[in-house]
Design a protein around this ligand. Structure first.
Ligand SMILES: [Zn+2]
Length: 303
C-alpha cells in the first residue's frame, strides 16, 4: 500500500489517511449506535479504540536491533546482538517516555527473527522511520568508529534517509566517535555472487544491485547503522558500555531533529528533559582522527 506522494514529509501522508479513516469509522459508529442501541456499548468501545489508533498521528519509529537469538552477530568484548539489543531497548524507552513518538521494536531482544519478519513489523506499523542498529568487529582490535548506510540513490526514500544519516553522523561525532570513510555515510550493495561491496556517499550513481534487505523493503526512510566496533574498548566506552545508553541518546536526538517541524506543536511528556534542545545536539565536532584512508571492510554477515 502506497499513499505517500513524492514530496513526502514525515508523517503527513499518514496524518491525512488517519483523519479520513477516523472520520469514516466515526460515521459508521454513529450509525450503528442509532440503529442497534442494544450493542452500542461494545460497538462504541471497539470503534472508539480503532478511531483513536488511526487518529494517533505521532511518528512511528521502527527500531531494528541487528541479530539476536541464535545469531550473536559480530563477536568482540561484547556480542553485537547484546549491545544492539540493549541500545534498541534504551532508545525505545527514551521515545516512549518522550510521549511524542510511537516506537516499535522489529523484534524483542534475545529473539531470532528473519529480515522478512523484521521489515514486516515496520511496514505493518506504518513506520515513518526505520533505524537498524548494528556494530562492527575487528579481529585485530584496531578498528574503531562509526559509519551508517541510508537507502541508496535511486530508491524512493533515499533523500530523507540521507538527511537522517547526516543527523546521525553529527550526533555520534559530537559524542566523540571516529567517523569512518569520507563522511561516515556509505552505500552497501550485493553483487550477482551475493558479495557485499561498499561505495562512499560521494558516489551518487544509481546502482541496481540490491542494498540491505531492511533498507530495500521497508516503506519508509531507513538507515542501517554500524554504531561502533564491539572489539574496541574505547568505542564501547563512548557507547555507554554494554548498555548502549549513550548511543541510544544519539539516535533519540537525531530522531527529534528529523521530526522537528512535525513536533513543534506537540507537548513533550513532563517527565522528560528537553534534551534535543541542548546545545550539544546541534554542534558538530570535527573527527579527532586524521584523514582516514578507506579500506573495504568485511562487515559482519548481518543481512
Ligand atoms: Zn550486524
Amino acid at each position: 500500500m502506497s499513499y505517500r506522494s513524492s514530496n513526502y514529509r514525515p508523517g503527513c501522508g499518514r496524518t491525512l489517511l488517519s483523519f479520513l479513516m477516523g472520520a469514516a469509522l466515526l460515521i459508521v459508529g454513529i450509525k450503528i449506535g442509532a440503529w442497534k442501541p442494544d450493542i452500542l456499548d461494545d460497538t462504541e468501545y471497539t470503534i472508539g479504540k480503532t478511531v483513536a489508533d488511526f487518529l494517533d498521528s505521532r511518528p512511528v519509529i521502527a527500531i531494528d536491533a541487528g541479530h539476536g537469538g541464535d545469531d550473536p552477530g559480530a563477536l568482540g568484548l561484547v556480542d553485537e546482538a547484546e549491545l544492539t539489543g540493549e541500545t534498541a531497548e534504551a532508545l525505545f524507552d527514551l521515545l516512549e517516555a518522550d510521549g511524542r513518538f510511537q516506537p516499535v521494536l522489529c523484534h524483542e531482544k534475545g529473539t531470532t527473527a528473519t529480515i522478512q519478519e523484521r521489515y514486516a513489523v515496520a511496514n505493518d506499523a506504518y513506520a515513518d522511520l526505520l533505524v537498524c542498529i548494528h556494530a562492527n568487529s575487528d579481529p585485530e582490535s584496531s578498528g574503531s568508529g562509526f559509519e551508517c548506510y541510508p537507502a541508496p540513490p535511486g530508491r524512493k526514500y533515499h533523500p530523507e534517509s540521507y538527511d537522517f544519516a547526516e543527523m546521525l553522523v553529527e550526533e555520534f561525532s559530537a559524542l566523540g566517535m571516529t567517523i569512518r570513510g569520507e563522511n561516515g555515510i556509505r552505500y552497501a550493495y550485493y553483487d550477482d555472487n551475493n558479495e557485499k561491496y561498499l561505495v562512499e556517499s560521494s558516489n551518487s550513481l544509481v546502482f541496481t544491485d540490491p542494498s540491505f534487505g531492511m533498507l530495500e523493503k521497508t516503506k519508509a526512510p531507513a538507515v542501517l547503522v554500524e554504531q561502533c566496533f564491539v572489539s574496541s574498548e574505547s568505542d564501547l566506552a563512548l557507547m555507554g558500555g554494554e548498555s548502549g545508553t549513550a548511543a541510544a541518546e544519539c539516535y533519540y536526538r537525531a530522531i527529534c531533529r528529523y521530526f522537528a517541524d512535525q513536533l513543534e506543536d506537540q507537548p513533550q511528556s513532563d517527565n522528560v528533559q528537553d534534551s534535543e534542545n541542548t546545545d550539544s545536539s546541534s554542534t558538530t565536532e570535527e573527527s579527532t582522527s586524521d584523514e582516514q584512508v578507506y579500506q573495504p571492510v568485511e562487515l559482519p554477515s548481518d543481512e
